[in-house]
Write a protein that binds this ligand. Sequence first.
Ligand code: 0O2
Length: 225
Amino acid sequence: MKEERKVELLEELLPQDPVERVKTLDELDILLMRYESAIREIRTKFEILNDELSLLGHQNPIASISSRRKTLSGILEKLKRQGFPMTLESIEENLTDVAGIRIICSFVDDIYKVAKMLQQQDDIKVLLIKDYIAKPKPNGYRSYHMIVEVPVFFSNEKRPMKVEVQIRTIAMDFWANLEHRMRYKKDIEAADEIIDELKECADNIAATDEKMMIIREKIRSVSSD
Ligand code: 0O2
């Protein structure tokens, strides 16, 4: 995003009064820190589940975890695009993906296993589930999404913070990363052809993910002899 656009959006958020401006900037820092803390809480929960399940003989259900806090300009751009008020309260009220965490599993059944384990934790409130594995998007996108609320304890308060959790296999992630790159390329030549090829790959990937689970089961049954 161009620098002038970023300044323009920030100006919409900040009050005119200089003292109030500084106060709002400080509050903004605190809000962003809260989202980063919420990501840490959720990341730790998945790391603990992975450690425990590995010890229980499930091998590592989670292959890797990555996370990101949306940039300030990304946050303001989304508020603007969706027509929400440009205020700090509006960020918390209207955006669910300021804090995002992505869990990559080797196998599809591990996705549901770890998702369920998080959902069952009594401090977690599940606000929304979108299962694009059971119901893939028309372009072939597959991933399991949840918006959860986790309480984060600060010096003098406990705040429920929203985090977007995306869980997918290594193969689904490989596909999504390439497709994401195409989405941001405008005027791409042979776009229709690429869309078709990506859809074909997505179907192949889904079939391969299924087959990998079957092979894993065969290996398990042999090694337990
Ligand atoms: P980015 O650039 O990754 O942040 P939302 O727009 O998030 O408020 P939406 O689109 O209904 O609401 O939520 P959904 O469907 O759960 O999608 C959220 C995120 O999932 C997207 O964020 C993408 O990261 C990912 N995603 C969803 N659909 C696709 C897809 O077709 N292809 C790929 N590669 N990723 C997808 P953003 O903010 O759209 O994008």
